[in-house]
Design a protein around this ligand. Structure first.
Ligand code: GCO
Length: 257
């Protein structure tokens, strides 16, 4: 097999939520494989150190701070990317938030806020990137779903609703953007990042997870690199509308041995 199949060399990628967690590792991975990476999150001061680390490692990084809930800022920042870098080939639509509260304690505004960032924000970013990609007749959009796109869990109603919505949006954008702009999603299991810190400290939850997972452990951000490179490169030319679950078997296994 040609090693070029999974190449992203010379591609230009936008990664949202790139200051920490999975987004930071996605950006570093794409940069390490030769893509120019445009890093986005709300605060410029959070992005600088990530961009500097990528540059230090020999990669190419630029920053484009915006809040995905600020539509005009998002639109302007994304529109500027082809002017600065010539094109926009890959979008890793990763920015997201979580709210852990029982439904009866969740205010409507709190519910809306999660949906605004996780689904409306992702839609705006995908639409704007899609416009550019359709014009250049090439693109790879990778949305961030979750195992919470497949199953539910007490205390995360808004998050679960938003992540189920990501799967539907992925299918529909795939239908509209084809054939040369593919739209897929990665659905990670429980990963060792800042967003799950409270759950990592919860011994009961952590033990349940390790028992229920064929891999017998939490996921590390690097566990998603294979899926990322597949869905960001030419290797996935005939894969679109798909949600690739990368969860160590969490949603396919009832219990381990
Ligand atoms: C939870 C939330 C998230 C998880 C994640 C699992 O269960 O509390 O779903 O915090 O991090 O998305 O994939």
């Amino acid at each position: 097999m040609s090693t070029d199949l999974f190449s992203v060399k010379g591609r230009v990628a936008l990664v949202t939520g790139a200051s920490r967690g999975l987004g930071k590792v996605f950006a570093q991975t794409l940069a390490a494989h030769g893509a120019t990476v445009v890093l986005s999150s709300r605060r410029e001061s959070d992005l600088r150190p990530v961009a500097d680390a990528i540059a230090k490692a020999g990669g190419k990084a630029d920053i484009a701070p915006f809040d995905v809930q600020d539509e005009s800022a998002a639109v302007a920042a994304i529109k500027a990317i082809p002017g600065r870098h010539g094109r926009l080939d890959i979008l890793v639509n990763n920015a997201g938030i979580v709210l852990r509260k029982m439904a009866v304690d969740t205010g409507t505004d709190e519910f809306r806020n999660v949906l605004e960032t996780n689904i409306t924000g992702s839609f705006v970013v995908a639409r704007e990137a899609g416009r550019i990609m359709l014009q250049q007749d090439y693109g790879r959009i990778v949305n961030l779903a979750s195992v919470m796109s497949v199953v539910g869990r007490a205390s995360v109603a808004a998050y679960v609703a938003s992540k189920h919505a990501i799967v539907g949006m992925t299918k529909t954008l795939a239908a509209e953007f084809g054939p040369n702009v593919t739209v897929n999603a990665i659905a990670p299991g429980y990963m060792l990042t800042e967003i799950t810190e409270a759950l990592q400290k919860n011994r009961e939850f952590s033990e349940l997870l390790e028992r229920r997972t064929a891999a017998r452990r939490w996921g590390r951000p690097e566990d998603l690199s294979g899926a990322l490179m597949l869905l960001s490169s030419d290797a996935s030319a005939y894969i679109t509308g798909h949600t690739l679950v990368v969860d160590g078997g969490l949603t396919t296994v009832l219990a381990g041995a």
